[in-house]
Structures are given as structure tokens and as C-alpha cells.
Design a protein around this ligand. Structure first.
Ligand code: SF4
Length: 377
């Protein structure tokens, strides 16, 4: 069935990009949307499809993102190993993890359609195969299906490593990662990143099938076990990640309310010269960014290309010290204010009285502890 045409994008978004085409999202960038949902600056930039990496470099704050070539090679070779021979090794693993019926052995490779590897063709074919399995049954493992999702008015293609289908009518997203599970434990940061990325695929597949219950809330993470290349599968519940993701995608759809808050005619275009080098004065760009309220937190450094720029901008503000400090020091915006309240050189406003008392107590305890410690030494 032909896909319905997308509504025309808001012309203000093209002005914001300086007329360049929008940067396309992928599973990683969509997953990153959930890490700082309160940041208006990022919501505007992502809705417009601004190339945040190019912007950060031109501002003088490049972000060292991306996997090392060693990690990519290791990841590809582990995935090839567990998918060898029509996913024979993986199927054995999933039989235990998902209680797959022993008679279910079908495997469908969706990485190309004949010799055709075009995204549009692959996406249509993947959708046909998955919808057929959902309606009629049949098929156990679908390798590299290409899903489609609309993000901020743009069509985005997403490619989970594998989709497993059970004959009781439920699909499972399977993600293959090369970080190790040692004695049943994996790096929590890497598991969290894999969970949110898998939640993006769950969301896209539910969108395709039109039935949320057809795709499991639990995804299957396949990683190397201990210090070997032997794969181990673990179920991960992604319900929380799906809630945040839904909220943020809905927010990006609401382009009007984001753009109505901004002065008209703002542009973050880099005006490249004939060699592609940006010519736009940095001062103009920073003035434009100042119009978009940022909510910097230390996590930004790992999730947003503008992290180093926003950290510099937030220096001296209590927000830059992290969410816990921001919550404890509600109403005290700067580190200088917090220090003045703590040493009693400033009494602060009425609404800061409670925080001021807590800061003075902390400062007194800290001073006494240090004095006791020095005395004992
Ligand atoms: S780095 Fe800046 S723009 Fe990105 S999420 Fe953090 S505060 Fe927002």
C-alpha cells in the first residue's frame, strides 16, 4: 500500500537551517533525544534537522563522538559470528530465552531485495514480510529489517539487528552488542544505551504493525559471555524508555509551539564557501543560540554534539553541576550565589531562605570536620 505523503514542513525550519537540507536522524540520534527532554535548544535544533556536529565544530567546541574503528570491527565480527549459517547459533540461544517452538526454524534475510539494496525498496519489502507474519504467522527470524518512522516530520529508516517472531503472535527486537557480560554483569551505561536504542526499534515496529501488543516490551540483548566470543542472551525491559521516547517524539511533532517562542527569522546556517568551509560569524550563531533556552547537565557531554559548547556557557551556574545539585539548590542559579549564602556574606531572597539555611549548616559541618581532622593529625 502506498505510504501517505508527509505534510509540508514548516518553512521556519528551512530558515533555521539556512536553507540546507535537514540532517537525517538515526536510531542513535533518536535515542539521544530522551536523555535531556527538558532542553528547548536541543528540541528546536533536532526538529529543524540542524547539523549539530558541524555547528559545534564551527563554534570551536567539537564533540568527540563515534565508536573507534577497533570497536566497530569487533562489533561487526561478533554479529557475523552469531548470525552465521542462517543465525543457527542465535536460534539455539533464542529458543531458550524466548521459548521458541522447536519447529520454528524459518529465517528471512531482509538486507536486500534480490540485488536491490535501496532503502525505499527494502523498507517496503520488510514491512510486507513483517505484516504478513503478524497476520498469517510464519517466519521466525527476520534479519536486518528496515523500518520507517516519522521524526519531526522527516521520514527516518531504522535497522534493528534482528526481529524474532513467536507463533503466539509477538515480535521481539534482538540487538547484538559486542560489550561483554562478565559473571552476569555488563557495563550499566552500555546496557542503558542499548536499551534506549532498542526501544526506538520497538516503537517503530509497533508503529508499522499498528498494534502495540504485537511487539514485546522486553527486548533481547545478545553479548559475548565473559572473556570469550560465546554469545549470551538477556531480556531487557524497555517500558520506561518507551514512555520517555513517546513524550519526546510527540514534542517534536509539535513544531509550532516550539517555534512560536522564538523571534522570527532566526538562522543557524553556516553559509559555506565554495570549498564547503563555514563563513558565518561565530558571534551571530551564539546570539541565535542564546534565544533558545538550554538545560545543560553533565550527561550532555555523552549525548549531544553541543555538549562542550553548552558546558562552557553554563560555567558558574549550578545547573552545570548536575541534576542532583540542581534539585538541592532550587532557586539558586549561580555557584557564586551558593557560596555567598553558605558563608553568610549574602542572606538571599525570601524564597531562598530554606536553601540558604541548608547551605550554612553544610558549610559549618564541613568547617568543623576539617578542623577536627587537622587537630587529630
Ligand atoms: S548539550 Fe546543550 S543543546 Fe544539547 S541537550 Fe545539553 S543543554 Fe541542550
Amino acid at each position: 500500500m502506498p505510504k501517505p505523503p508527509l505534510p509540508p514542513p514548516d518553512p521556519r525550519l528551512a530558515v533555521l537551517r539556512g536553507g540546507t537540507p535537514p540532517k537525517r536522524h538515526n536510531a542513535r540520534t533518536i535515542a539521544a533525544l530522551t536523555t535531556n527532554p527538558g532542553c528547548v535548544r536541543r528540541a528546536v535544533l533536532d526538529t529543524a534537522g540542524i547539523d549539530k556536529d558541524a555547528l559545534a565544530r564551527h563554534l570551536g567546541f567539537p564533540a568527540p563522538f563515534g565508536q573507534s574503528s577497533f570497536a566497530i570491527t569487533r562489533g561487526n565480527s561478533f554479529e557475523a559470528q552469531v548470525k552465521a549459517d542462517g543465525c543457527a547459533e542465535l536460534l539455539t540461544l533464542l529458543r531458550d530465552t524466548l521459548d521458541l517452538d522447536l519447529t520454528e526454524v524459518a529465517y528471512t534475510d531482509l538486507e536486500s531485495v534480490g540485488d536491490n539494496t535501496s532503502e525505499d525498496v527494502r523498507n517496503v519489502y520488510s514491512e510486507q514480510q513483517l505484516a504478513h507474519a503478524a497476520g498469517q504467522g510464519g517466519g521466525t527470524l527476520f534479519d536486518h529489517p528496515l523500518l520507517r518512522l516519522i521524526v519531526a516530520g522527516q521520514s527516518v529508516y531504522l535497522e534493528p539487528d534482528l526481529v524474532a517472531f513467536q507463533h503466539d503472535g509477538v515480535f521481539h527486537i534482538v540487538e547484538i552488542k559486542s560489550f561483554a557480560v562478565i559473571d552476569g554483569q555488563a557495563d550499566p551505561g552500555k546496557v542503558a544505551a542499548a536499551a534506549i536504542q532498542s526501544a526506538v526499534y520497538v516503537h517503530a515496529l509497533r508503529h508499522l504493525l499498528g498494534r502495540p501488543e504485537a511487539v514485546a516490551d522486553e527486548v533481547v540483548l545478545v553479548c559475548p559471555k565473559d572473556f570469550s566470543n560465546r554469545p549470551v542472551a538477556t531480556k531487557v525491559d524497555v517500558r520506561k524508555q518507551l514512555i520517555v521516547l513517546n513524550h519526546q517524539l510527540t514534542r517534536l511533532e509539535n513544531v509550532d509551539s516550539l517555534l512560536n517562542e522564538l523571534p522570527s527569522g532566526l538562522s543557524l546556517g553556516l553559509d559555506p564557501d565554495a570549498d564547503g568551509r563555514p563563513t558565518r560569524p561565530v558571534k551571530e550563531l551564539t546570539a541565535t543560540l542564546d534565544e533558545m533556552h538550554a538545560r545543560y547537565a553533565p550527561d550532555c557531554l555523552g549525548h549531544c554534539e553541543l555538549g562542550f559548547y553548552c558546558r562552557e556557557e553554563a560555567a558558574g551556574y549550578t545547573d552545570a553541576l548536575g541534576t542532583a545539585v540542581r534539585e538541592q539548590l532550587g532557586g539558586v542559579d549561580t555557584v557564586a550565589e551558593a557560596l555567598a549564602l553558605a558563608d553568610g556574606s549574602w542572606t538571599g531572597a525570601d524564597h531562598q531562605a530554606e536553601v540558604a539555611a541548608a547551605l550554612r549548616t553544610t558549610a559549618r559541618v564541613w568547617t568543623e570536620t576539617r578542623a577536627t581532622g587537622s587537630g587529630a593529625a
